[in-house]
Design a protein around this ligand. Structure first.
Ligand code: AKG
Length: 395
């Protein structure tokens, strides 16, 4: 057992190695990383934003049938000051997934003060994303296609529900609504119905639940599913870190993009960029080139390093070696998971039922349902995995 703080080099290797989430405590804190925290202090952000009008996604603090998809939600424009004054009713507000360089391009000092050097990464605010939400603001359960993720909680508490990658086949995966590099679950973890609860509880693997508090840093390893909810006014910042497997993930994403833009154009999507057939094919070609480059580099490295493999960090050995700094996270028991889901379901007195298909004629509805089913099947990860493998083996 070591009382010494893990070095940035150790943490960098731990981040790449660990295939389970871990919680980093006391790695960055308000004393040693004063600037990091001071800049993102909510009152400082109000000052820095200086009355800028920001887009806040709005959702319902109510029971809904199905997840509150981003493509169905409204956006209200307001200053951060107004957001802090807003009287909370049945609504939540979320200034979410905002690349800091887009909002603070003239605040170089702020961008420089957010840095991830303590974790061995030369990344700053320029590479980071900011999330400011009120109680109930949440992100639907999903899996990110690239890299792993380091999340620092700055203000308030935020709850993370995490499932291992292989749970995906039980989570009703979908690429609709389409968002580049995001695979959604169709389960509504914010307010699950009794029927959903029953199905979810048949999943073999139980999730991890962790409530992040200010100063906590969570590692979300590659491909872990997550549902995230602000338990109160919350500010967090994160950075996605690249991994070797990303080139194959990029190839798969380029295939999904091809199918979405050719046949799924009318379906809900957050990606409004136009992409011609030629551009899509060029993108796939470039991804294939990148994959074969990475494969040959991996081959060369493995023959050089045959005898140099250093021990791999796991959540277990990290938490034993650095108990004051790195915590392994426990999986819920089935009973705890059941309680968790019931609490989510019964917490709202009111419920609303939304059906955007009500205005469609029966022919249009049939067309829409068939198109959705076709796109979902073509973009299913089993299909995309197979196509990517065939392309990479030239079969
Ligand atoms: O904080 C959130 O609401 C979601 C964060 C998230 O999905 C991520 O960092 O990958």
């Amino acid at each position: 057992m070591e009382n010494n703080k893990p070095s940035p080099e150790t943490l960098k290797k731990a981040i790449v190695d660990s295939n389970e989430p871990v919680l980093f405590k006391n790695i960055i804190n308000e004393t040693t990383n004063k600037c990091f925290f001071e800049c993102l202090d909510i009152n400082n952000l109000v000052k820095l934003m200086n009355g800028t009008i920001l887009p806040f996604r709005v959702g319902d603090n109510l029971r809904t049938n199905g997840p509150q998809w981003e493509t169905d939600s409204d956006t209200v424009m307001m200053t951060l000051e107004d957001f802090l004054k807003i009287e909370l009713n049945d609504k939540w507000y979320y200034f979410d997934y905002k690349y800091m360089f887009e909002w603070f391009d003239d605040k170089q000092e702020l961008l420089d003060n957010i840095n991830w050097n303590s974790f061995g990464y030369d990344k700053t605010g320029k590479d980071s994303t900011l999330w400011i939400g009120s109680k109930g603001a949440h992100t639907i359960c999903h899996q990110d296609s690239y890299g792993c993720n380091l999340v620092c909680q700055i203000h308030g508490r935020k709850e993370w529900l995490l499932f291992p990658p292989e749970t995906g086949k039980f989570l009703k995966r979908t690429r609709l609504p389409y968002e580049e590099s995001t695979v959604y679950s169709q389960f509504n973890f914010f307010s699950p119905s009794e029927e959903e609860e029953e199905i979810i509880l048949t999943i073999d693997t139980n999730p991890i639940v962790i409530v992040l508090e200010p100063g906590d840093v969570l590692l979300v390893p590659r491909a872990w599913w997550h549902f995230v909810e602000s338990l109160e006014l919350s500010v967090s910042v994160n950075v996605w870190l690249p991994l070797v497997d990303d080139s194959k993930a990029r190839l798969k994403e380029s295939l999904v993009k091809l199918f979405m833009t050719r046949i799924g154009d009318d379906l809900p999507s957050t990606d409004k960029s136009q992409c011609s057939l030629e551009e899509s094919i060029d993108l796939i070609g470039n991804c294939l080139k990148e994959c074969s480059h990475v494969l040959s580099e991996e081959y060369n490295n493995s023959s050089c390093n045959e005898n140099m493999e250093s021990a791999r960090w796991t959540a277990d050995n990290l938490s034993i070696k650095y108990p004051n700094y790195i915590k392994k996270l426990n999986y819920l028991s089935k009973e705890q998971f059941k309680k968790f889901l019931i609490a989510k379901r019964i917490r709202f007195a009111k419920s609303i039922y939304k059906n955007n298909d009500n205005n469609l004629s029966s022919d249009d509805l049939l067309h829409k349902n068939v198109l959705e089913a076709v796109v979902k099947s073509i973009c299913h990860s089993d299909v995309i995995d197979k196509i990517a493998d065939l392309l990479l083996t030239n079969e």
